[in-house]
Design a protein around this ligand. Structure first.
Ligand SMILES: [Mg+2]
Length: 431
């Protein structure tokens, strides 16, 4: 039996605002950051659990404080019972009777819980000698269902529904695992489309994206309609008719404004409009979906929990669901989200980019393919080509697909040297 002996948190910030990488209509100058957690044990194998919450700069210290508030739940605990009952620790953290007031199940406290849960999954996967996607894909339907907190879901998804979905996908698991290892999981790239880039840079990056094999690109929109029309014209000319170009407004619009704006861009045949308005406005998204059909609505990177996803699906508000590995309550809640999407027949195309989000979320899509929906049809994972060099197991995207990782763990472990170099307050970190 081993124990958790330390709960180390670090405020890590990369000065990405200097290059306008990541700039969009609502976030003009992000410094990609990680409120980083390392769970240290006294186990003989010296395995430690790594995870983070992604933020974009100021406030990363607040997120670190939220992580620290959970330390008392973990430090001194025996490790193995926690790893054996991953559903129980998830429910225990969410159910903290005093911390719950700060949510419930939303915001910095919930994201902190997500990081703790993910760090424990990192230990569990490393101990099993498997990448997270494979560990999950080899669990029985019953074990997977036991991970999910069905509270508030039963009018849309019951444990029986979840069991049926997972059992239906059970027969082809082994074949799909081999197929995934051989052919990877489709990616699309957002690298060409940041709002701060010139038209020349946009055109060059579109050409590069196609040459690199990506099956879709995405452009940021929403700051100025004339600029959006000009940039979409540039992108459409380079990419050609029929090539999927998604657009992303990062919550910029009122509901009626979103409908007018997207209809004004409809001639460019957008693959979807992402985050047209407030991430909390479920009925607003439904109204937008009706007002811009057949253009599809996508959202989810700021959906705070499974209840919002449930409502978005119930309301017919989204045609593409975008989970995020570091937004909700960790792997467990994202399994609930994947099951909800499967129940409603909506494809999941995860949000990634930032720092470490590609490394983390690919495991969830790959698990979805092997053990939940059994398909990659109409699905792809966002990809942005920066900051991967800071990770112990960096994402590998080749020919427009994510190569399935085989290294044990969740992919969230950042190199010790990078953690030290970019710790907030040191020379290289964002000021
Ligand atoms: Mg987005």
């Amino acid at each position: 039996m081993s124990r958790i002996v330390a709960f180390e948190t670090t405020d890590i910030r990369f000065p990405t605002s200097l290059s306008l990488d990541g700039s969009d209509a609502m976030n003009p100058d992000p410094d990609y950051s990680a409120a980083y957690l390392r769970i240290v044990t006294d186990a003989a194998d010296h395995v430690s659990g790594h995870a983070f919450v992604f933020t974009i700069g100021r406030g990363n210290d607040v997120q670190v404080a939220a992580l620290d508030a959970l330390a008392a739940h973990l430090v001194g605990r025996e490790l193995e019972p926690l790893l054996d009952e991953m559903g129980a620790i998830n429910r225990e953290l969410i159910g903290d009777s005093q911390l719950r007031w700060l949510g419930p199940e939303k915001g910095v406290m919930h994201m902190a819980i997500g990081a703790v849960v993910n760090a424990l999954w990192d230990i569990k996967a490393k101990r099993a000698g498997l990448p997270l996607w494979q560990l999950l894909s080899r669990m029985s339907p019953e074990e997977l269902v036991a991970l999910v907190d069905f509270r508030y879901l039963s009018n849309a998804l019951t444990p029986e529904d979840a069991l049926r979905i997972l059992r239906d996908a059970e027969p082809g698991r082994a074949e799909r695992e081999s197929e995934l290892l051989a052919t990877g999981y489709p990616a699309y790239t957002t690298s060409p489309g940041w709002l701060g880039y010139s038209d020349e840079k946009l055109a060059r990056l579109c050409r590069e994206a196609i040459a690199d094999g990506f099956g879709q690109i995405k452009l940021k929109v929403g700051a100025d309609l004339d600029d959006d029309i000009r940039r979409l014209r540039v992108a459409r000319a380079v990419c050609g008719e029929g090539f999927p170009i998604a657009i992303d407004a990062n919550q910029r619009w009122e509901v009626s404004e979103a409908i007018e704006w997207v209809n004004a861009l409809a001639e460019f045949d957008p693959a979807w409009i992402e985050e047209p308005t407030s991430p909390d406005d479920v009925l607003g998204h439904a109204e937008i979906a009706r007002g811009i059909a057949p253009v599809r609505v996508a959202t989810g990177e700021h959906a705070q929990n499974r209840v919002i996803f449930k409502q978005l699906l119930q309301a017919g508000a989204i045609s593409v669901m975008q989970i995020d590995a570091a937004r909700v309550g960790g792997v467990n809640e994202n399994i609930a989200n994947l099951l909800l999407a499967a129940k409603f027949g909506v494809p999941v195309c995860p949000h990634a980019g930032g720092v470490g989000l590609c490394e983390a979320v690919q495991h969830l899509s790959m698990f979805d393919f092997v053990a939940v929906t059994g398909t990659r049809e109409g699905r792809m994972i966002e990809y942005v080509d920066h900051l991967h060099e800071h990770f112990v197991v960096p994402t590998e995207v080749r020919g427009g697909v994510y190569v399935a990782p085989t290294a044990p763990g969740t992919g969230m472990e950042m190199k010790a040297a990078s953690r030290a170099e970019y710790e907030f307050g040191t020379a290289h970190a964002a000021a």
